[in-house]
Write a new protein. Structure first.
Length: 134
């Protein structure tokens, strides 16, 4: 991807990127764990979409680490939102909530995996997502 105006990298005196702080890691973990809201036992699946977008808006000016995780989470949660809508249609057509549970469990597993990576300070990369944010 061509970047017209790249952000300056936050470099240390030795030229390497500084490791993320504990607050940055915590914020990234919360953004990823919003994917647990797709589970039918949590009554607000819209939070799985809203939290990564809010994190992305606030992280753009504060932290490269949180921004990278928020971009990945927002792209993945949008894909899960599309799958969730399709699974709701399939649930209505076939009369079984099995499709909703497939999407919910899949989203929850990937979200917990990426939250664990964020907790360790590693970069995030979901296996799929709608690449709307970069």
């Amino acid at each position: 991807m061509l970047t017209i105006n790249p952000k300056p990298a936050g470099e240390d005196s030795d030229g390497k990127l500084k490791p993320p702080s504990q607050g940055e890691k915590t914020c990234a973990v919360i953004i990823h764990l919003s994917g647990l809201c797709w589970l039918p036992i949590v009554p607000l699946p819209i939070l799985a979409l809203i939290i990564p977008f809010l994190g992305l808006q606030f992280a753009r000016v504060h932290s490269e680490f949180v921004e990278q995780h928020a971009v990945q989470a927002a792209n993945f949660q949008m894909l899960m939102g599309c799958f969730y809508a399709l699974s709701l249609l399939a649930t209505i057509m076939f009369g079984t909530p099995l499709f909703v549970w497939w999407v919910a469990i899949g989203a929850a597993l990937f979200s917990v995996w990426e939250a664990a990576k964020a907790m360790n300070g590693w970069a995030s990369k979901y296996p799929a997502g709608i690449k709307l944010f970069k």
